[in-house]
Each structure stands twice: as C-alpha cells, then as structure tokens.
Design a protein around this ligand. Structure first.
Ligand SMILES: Nc1ncnc2c1ncn2[C@@H]1O[C@H](COP(=O)(O)OP(=O)(O)OP(=O)(O)O)[C@@H](O)[C@H]1O
Length: 267
C-alpha cells in the first residue's frame, strides 16, 4: 500500500501515473471527494482530498499510518482503503468507489421505508461487528452520510477510524458542525466510552432514515449536546412496526448490549 510521507513533486507524478481524477462527487467538512480511475486496473475509485493546515510532518505521518492500517481491513461491509498520498498541502485518500453514493444523498428525495431501513441497518451491524470484533476499532461517526451504497445494492461503511484520528491532528475542520446530533451521551460527557457508542449513533441513524433528519435537527449544533443530555431518547412514529420501535429503544439505551445481540435481534 503506497505511503508517501514527504512533500516531493514525485508524489504528484507517481500518483498521476496510477490514478486519473474525474468529477467531484461530494463534499464534507473534511474536504472534497472525487471519482477516479486506477489506470492500471481500470477500476473506479473515490479520492478524498483533505486540506492540511499543519506543517508538522509527524501529524501527517500519524494520519497516513492510520490509513495504512485501515487499508488492511477487508470486509464486504466496509469501504476498502487503497492508499494515501501527500501532495503539497493536500492529503489524497484513495478508496473503493460506491456508485450510488451515501444513504444521506438518497434521503434528499424523501424518508426511507421501514423494509429498506431494516436491510441497511442489518448490513451496517455486520460492518460494525467486523470493525469492533475483528479490528478492535470504534467507528465514531455512524450516520447516513457515512453509509455508502454500491451499484449492486451493497451497503458499506466508510470514514471509520479515520475521523477521530484526523480530528486529533490539525487537519482543517469546520469545528463541531454536523456530528453532535448522532453522539451518544457518554461521548458528549467525554466519560469512558467504547464501541457501544456506535450503537447509540446507529439508533439515531434509524430516526434519520425514517424521518429525513436526526432528532433535534433544528437545534443549533452548539446547543444540541445539552438537549441530548437532558431529553428522553427519541422514538419512531406510529406508522412503524413494534419490532423496529423496540429495536430502536434497545439502541438508545445508555448501556446498550454487545453488537452481536443487535444482529441476532434483527435476523
Ligand atoms: N467511497 C465513496 N464512493 C462514492 N461516493 C463517496 C465515497 N466517499 C464519499 N462519497 C460521497 O462524498 C460525500 C462527501 O463525503 P465526505 O466523507 O467527505 O463527507 P461526509 O461524510 O458526507 O460529511 P462529513 O465529512 O461532514 O462527516 C458523501 O456524502 C458521499 O456522497
């Protein structure tokens, strides 16, 4: 897996020998995502370009090492990372391309039906099971924008692990915006938290898929953390089955169970 830690011009040349950058397919608070082609294999890839605001090569090396670890992960439920390249002040992260894009994008045309929500959530649980059990990492940012769909209808988690690492280093970020709505109370309190925090965020994602937005979406992101701490967990409307409502209640407990139990319930 290519890992280029210096800022030499050769990086750009080497990168351009392998990948061809095409149109922009998305934008997040970390940077932009482009479609690309691996010129050798002809496979489509997604290229995430992050703007760095650190001159500290150790910070960048840490992020790149993290990506190199992630690139060894191999599950049909998580997006495969191919490598990362430092070009001037930009970090290029190359990963599998998911042609349909994120589930958040699909939500733009309306809320998703319960039967499809169940399928998406089940596949996300398989992905979480892999990350938690086989890789020992917490995703930390489960939400519709980080669930991708391929042209074959496969569900894949993305942005796992990377987000936390990147926030810890000095890569530019538009502060807190966009993430607190999905945060577990123990994460907000910054008390000891573990992989179960992902299960809370999964519960919030169910509400996002069912209604178009996470709870308290109209709250200012700076206030929403206080609202989450003092409110009772959100519920689904009466048009949803008892099974999914109970599943949601189970996710939105402060001490949720191990990920395997959720897979078992949903089967
Ligand atoms: N591997 C990929 N294949 C296809 N589309 C992708 C891929 N990765 C990201 N995208 C698209 O690019 C968009 C932006 O992704 P990005 O990860 O930069 O931000 P985000 O997760 O949407 O938001 P934030 O960075 O604020 O958490 C996604 O919502 C998705 O539509």
């Amino acid at each position: 897996m290519p890992l280029l830690l210096n800022r030499k011009k050769e990086n750009k040349i080497m990168y351009e020998n392998i990948y061809e950058k095409h149109e922009r397919i998305g934008k997040g608070s970390f940077g932009e995502v482009f479609k690309g082609i691996n010129k050798n294999t002809k496979e489509s890839v997604a290229i995430k370009i992050l703007d760095l605001d650190t001159e500290n090569d150790e910070d960048i090396a840490d992020v790149q090492k993290e990506i190199s670890i992630l690139s060894k992960f191999d599950s049909e439920y998580v997006t495969k990372y191919h490598g990362s390249y430092l070009i001037d002040t930009k970090l290029w992260i190359v990963m599998d391309y998911a042609a349909v894009g994120s589930v958040r994008k699909i939500l733009k045309s309306g809320a998703i039906e319960e039967k499809f929500i169940s399928v998406i959530i089940r596949e996300v649980l398989y992905g979480l099971n892999y990350l938690h059990k086989s890789c020992g990492i917490i995703h930390r940012d489960i939400k519709a924008a980080n669930i991708l769909l391929t042209s074959e209808g496969k569900v894949k988690l993305c942005d796992f692990g990377v987000s936390g690492q990147i926030t810890m280093t000095n890569i530019k970020r538009n502060s807190f915006v966009g993430t607190p709505y999905w945060m577990a109370p123990e994460v907000i309190r910054r008390s000891n938290y573990d992989s179960k925090a992902d299960i809370w965020s999964l519960g919030i994602t169910i509400i996002e898929l069912a209604s178009g937005n996470p709870p308290y979406a109209n709250e200012d992101p700076r206030n929403v953390i206080y609202v989450i701490l003092k409110s009772k967990p959100a519920k689904l409307g009466s048009n949803f089955s008892l099974a999914i409502k109970e599943f949601l209640d189970f996710c939105l407990r402060e001490e949720p169970e191990d990920v395997n139990i959720y897979i078992y319930i949903l089967l």
